[in-house]
Design a protein around this ligand. Structure first.
Ligand SMILES: [Zn+2]
Length: 374
């Protein structure tokens, strides 16, 4: 009989206990399926669990969170654990599918197995999906796939039928709020704002543990409140400030990880080059994460304005509620709706790898133009 604590990677109260015992059994009996479909129901942290599973699988201590293996998995630079997200504006690209097929065909670099974590599996469609299906159906012996989606109905049926489905239940809202307060020292109100803004425990945790990110939120909200009175030039400067903050936040998010740098002597020149390239990718990925967090804050701002217009008191950004009421009074509903379209547009641009400064310039100028049309 295997104890629940066999895998330290699973030691977090946030993980679904049923899923934990299911995978504890599968791992200890060496019976991992070749393809899983994790369903988060819109709330559970399935990506976090996928990384925990990778640590349990690859770390000698079952996921100690202190060794080189765990570090690399946590930062998505482990050569045998590939975390993918759609790189095209409308989904995964054929090149991404081809790269997965090529990587799956190679023997594992350091471990006995290879793991591919395909996030947003609902965006794996058409030619890329077809290309990948054969490998998913008959994967090389050492290869495992984990597809992440909110619901099975969103995913291609051919993919669903080839995978073992694992539905996750999300912890309750109050439980999450208490957990965030305990973990970060934030107030209940701050934890509530973070959870409501980001709709994800992982993103809320990152936000609350990064002071600079909280600063960026304050700065961005202030910019939105002052859209009407700011000059065009001031907004261009603001866009630069915001994008500088994005870069600084991204670096700070990466820094704690880089402090416990592994000794260079362990690496060959080729590995150092690969690691530097991986670091660069990680930096770009973090810039994207922070910029996208600011856009979520923008979304919550405008949906609060709509709520305030209806007289509702349950806004997300409780800390600026009275300013929101004032803003709502002088803003038309259709202006708020246009503003949300502009943010959606900014998100699309960010996904197509437009430089964040240009994204924020276009967004702020667009919002100003929109707000001045009366
Ligand atoms: Zn470890």
């Amino acid at each position: 009989m295997v104890e629940m604590c066999a895998y330290p990677a699973f030691h977090t109260p946030l993980l679904d206990p049923d899923v934990v015992s299911f995978f504890t059994r599968a791992l200890s009996q060496n019976q991992l399926a070749q393809s899983y479909l994790f369903l988060d129901g819109g709330a559970a942290d399935t990506l976090g669990f996928s990384r925990a599973l990778a640590k349990a699988l690859f770390c000698d201590a079952g996921g100690c969170d202190q060794c080189e293996t765990c570090y690399k998995i946590e930062h998505d630079i482990h050569p045998d654990v590939h975390v993918l997200s759609p790189e095209g504006p409308s989904g995964y690209l054929i090149d991404q599918a081809r790269e997965v097929i090529a990587q799956a065909a190679q023997a594992p670099a350091t471990a006995q197995q290879k793991l591919f974590i395909i996030t947003d599996a609902h965006m794996l469609l058409g030619a890329p999906a077809n290309a990948l299906l054969k490998t998913v159906e008959e994967p090389p012996e050492h290869t495992h796939f984990i597809f992440l989606a909110a619901q099975a109905a969103h995913v291609l049926p051919t993919l669903v039928s080839r995978s073992q489905i694992v539905p996750f239940s999300a912890p309750s809202y109050t439980f999450l709020q208490d957990y965030l307060v305990g973990k970060t020292g934030a107030s209940q109100a701050e934890a509530a704002i973070a959870l409501k803004t980001f709709q994800s425990q992982q993103k809320a945790l990152r936000f609350l543990s990064t002071p600079r990110l909280k600063e960026a939120r304050t700065e961005f909200l202030r910019t939105l409140f002052l859209l009407e009175t700011s000059s065009w030039y001031e907004l261009l400067v603001k866009a630069e400030t915001v994008s500088d903050l994005v870069t600084t936040c991204a670096r700070e998010l990466l820094e704690p990880a880089q402090e416990d740098e592994i000794d260079e002597a362990f690496f060959s020149a080729k590995q150092i080059k690969e690691r530097d390239a991986a670091k660069k990718r990680a930096e770009q990925a973090h810039v994207h994460i922070v910029a996208s967090a600011l856009l979520s804050i923008g979304e919550s701002f405008f949906s609060d304005v709509l709520l305030a217009k209806t007289g509702a008191s349950s806004v997300t950004n409780q800390d600026v509620q009275s300013e929101l009421q004032l803003y709502a009074q002088k803003t038309q509903t259709d202006q708020v709706l246009s503003a949300t379209h502009l943010i959606a547009e900014a998100r699309k641009n960010l996904a197509s790898r437009v430089n964040p400064q240009l994204v924020f310039e276009a967004l702020l100028l667009g919002l100003k133009e929109n707000i001045c049309q009366k």
